[in-house]
Ligand binder design. Structure first.
Ligand code: SF4
Length: 363
């Protein structure tokens, strides 16, 4: 029998089922059933988590790959995921993990102490809960974050932001940064292509901006013909400007055909450039293109003097013109984000890791 871990966001229903309250899907389950994410299920009248302490794999990545461009630039991050997901995106680019119904996917045992020790030993500034959404394994992610903090390692959530209010408040008390996918700006897209709701995601973005100190950036994967119209990009970026302000970085990234969306073509680079130009026109200050070679679109510019202050090409950093206090070296304008003196030197390398080789006693 698979080991399970207690959770606390659920309640009993009058008809004998138990409702999970972690995400807006609100799965209503009989004893022994699993929710849509497949990793939370009912056992002994309670919702329990079945992926605590087990992972689908580890990799050391550049932080720019999450993508986060204003959070410890140039540093390395220990990325890991589990299995399952609470959305059902037809274009999922990690479907082998997120759609997995096989606990065999979770080959690596990884206690919070093992993860923190490995991150420290590998020289990573942070750990990222990624590949699949940490909303569904929040108890595990929060415990990892707590032990990592004891070792001076920060925590990054890579998420679709589809989460209920109470667990969201608890979860983000443990996180230092997040990248939130804003998958589109219509309810129709969320309903038909992801099986979710846009409104809940917008609520998470407003919550992060106005009620936490978590550093966050937004990513939108532009899919030809689905969410890349001028009208939708205009509406979305106006909403970000009005509700979140000009300083939240926005990444437009390129789609490649995957999972159940093989009939669409790759996103043309011109689409990303067009979206970026529109977002800048609407007042956003830090807008990036991603998954393409575009040194102009992936670099950071000072909103004060317009100088290029962080040069990037894909995940590689070049010219760096930010003082140790996070100000533009040329005009002194404060650049929002989390900076720690000189940039890291990790580069664009991706290093797969077997945790057992790096786990040492956390002491
Ligand atoms: S976290 Fe999983 S079980 Fe809970 S409501 Fe969401 S999909 Fe259902």
């Amino acid at each position: 029998m698979t080991e399970s871990h207690p959770t606390k966001y659920f309640h009993a229903l009058d008809d004998g089922r138990v409702q999970c309250d972690a995400c807006p899907r609100a799965c209503k389950m009989h004893e022994g059933q699993r929710g849509l994410c497949f990793v939370r299920g009912v056992e002994g009248g309670e919702v329990r988590l079945y992926t605590y302490g087990r992972s689908s794999g580890f990799c050391v990545d550049p932080i720019e790959k999450k993508p986060l461009n204003h959070f410890l630039p140039g540093s390395s991050v220990l990325s890991f995921g589990t299995a399952g997901c609470n959305l059902a995106c037809k274009f999922c680019q990690n479907w082998d993990m997120s759609k997995s119904r096989e606990m065999d996917t979770l080959a690596d045992r990884a206690t919070p102490e093992m993860l923190a020790a490995a991150a420290k030993r590998l020289g990573c500034s942070s750990v990222a809960y990624t590949y699949n959404d940490p909303v569904i394994f929040m108890e595990y992610a929060m415990d990892v974050a707590d032990v990592c903090h004891e070792h001076g390692v920060k925590s990054v959530a890579v998420t679709a932001g589809y989460m209920c209010a109470a667990p969201r408040a608890e979860f983000y008390r443990h996180m230092d940064a997040a990248n939130v996918d804003l998958k589109a700006f219509t309810e129709a897209f969320y309903r038909k292509i992801c099986g979710g709701e846009l409104a809940a995601v917008l609520e998470t973005l407003e919550y992060l901006r106005h009620e936490t100190n978590v550093w966050f950036e937004i990513t939108t994967l532009l899919i030809p013909g689905e969410n890349d119209s001028d009208g939708e990009i205009d509406q979305m970026t106006q909403w970000i400007m009005t509700k979140l302000g000009p300083d939240v970085p926005l990444h437009f990234t390129a789609f490649h055909p995957d999972w159940k969306m093989l009939d669409k073509s790759h996103t043309p680079p011109a689409t990303l450039t067009r979206a970026r130009a529109m977002a800048l026109r609407n007042g956003l200050r830090y807008v990036y293109t991603g998954n393409v070679h575009d040194p102009q679109g992936s670099s950071t510019y000072c909103p004060g003097c317009k100088a290029r202050i962080i040069e990037r090409d894909w995940y590689e950093l070049g010219e760096w013109k930010i003082a140790s206090d996070g100000a533009c070296e040329r005009c002194g304008t404060h650049i929002p984000g989390v900076f720690n003196g000189a940039p890291g030197r990790w580069g664009r390398m991706r290093l797969p890791v077997r945790l057992s080789q790096h786990a040492v006693d956390a002491a």
